[in-house]
Design a protein around this ligand. Structure first.
Ligand code: COA
Length: 170
């Protein structure tokens, strides 16, 4: 049995984050605009600094995903709209860990944490129409498929349609 846990990102995660991204660029790059061929440990360090400060300010809630205690990816809430109580969820997993149902478990934990610890009422997932793996995660956690939005997401610098999913607090 796998043990899947989440905990807030720490600045010390720079090395495992970089190593996981380095291994997984082919899978991540096409869907996540921050990931690029020259992604470096400096990129991880500067993002983690923003993320850790953002968590303290209630602007970003990024979590490391751990499988049996090892860093395997990240799942977080960004675009936090405190006025409306809405946020966007993003996630990525290192390629060698894909297909074991890790991210659906982690995403559920992040959502439960958010509904228990923040004023958020609605969490959205926006997945490119071609990103079947991300859409499967949304479906597995019971997210509702709300709509297909035209030119909602940048893929390779081009605006593309995306599926909007939502999870609502009871
Ligand atoms: C999306 C992602 C986090 C899925 O995490 P995961 O823990 O592998 O999720 P699951 O194990 O539930 O697998 C989801 C689907 O991926 C597909 N899949 C799984 N392993 C795969 C593999 N090795 N190769 C290709 N597709 C695979 C399957 O369709 C699976 O659905 P199924 O279980 O109904 O067959 C991961 O694929 C990823 O990091 N992708 C790149 C980043 C990304 O797109 N993020 C989302 C942006 S909105």
């Amino acid at each position: 049995m796998m043990d899947i846990a989440i905990r807030p990102y720490r600045v010390e995660d720079a090395k495992p984050v970089f190593e996981a991204i380095e291994e997984s660029k082919d899978d991540i790059m096409q869907w996540m605009p921050w990931c690029h061929p020259d992604y470096s440990i400096e990129d991880s360090k500067s993002y983690l600094a923003i993320s850790v400060t953002g968590f303290e300010r209630g602007e970003i809630y990024d979590f490391a995903v751990l499988r049996d205690g090892h860093f395997v990816g990240a799942c977080g809430l960004n675009q936090v709209n405190v006025i409306e109580g809405v946020a966007n969820m993003g996630y990525w997993l290192r390629s060698s860990e894909a297909g074991n149902g890790i991210m659906p478990m982690a995403a559920k934990k992040v959502i439960n944490w958010a509904f228990e610890n923040t004023e958020l009422n609605r969490i959205e997932i926006v997945a490119a129409v071609g990103n079947n793996r991300s859409q499967r995660v949304a479906e597995k956690i019971g997210a509702h498929k709300d709509a297909v939005l035209a030119k909602r997401i940048l893929i390779d610098g081009k605006p593309c349609s995306a599926v909007l999913y939502s999870v609502i607090k009871d």
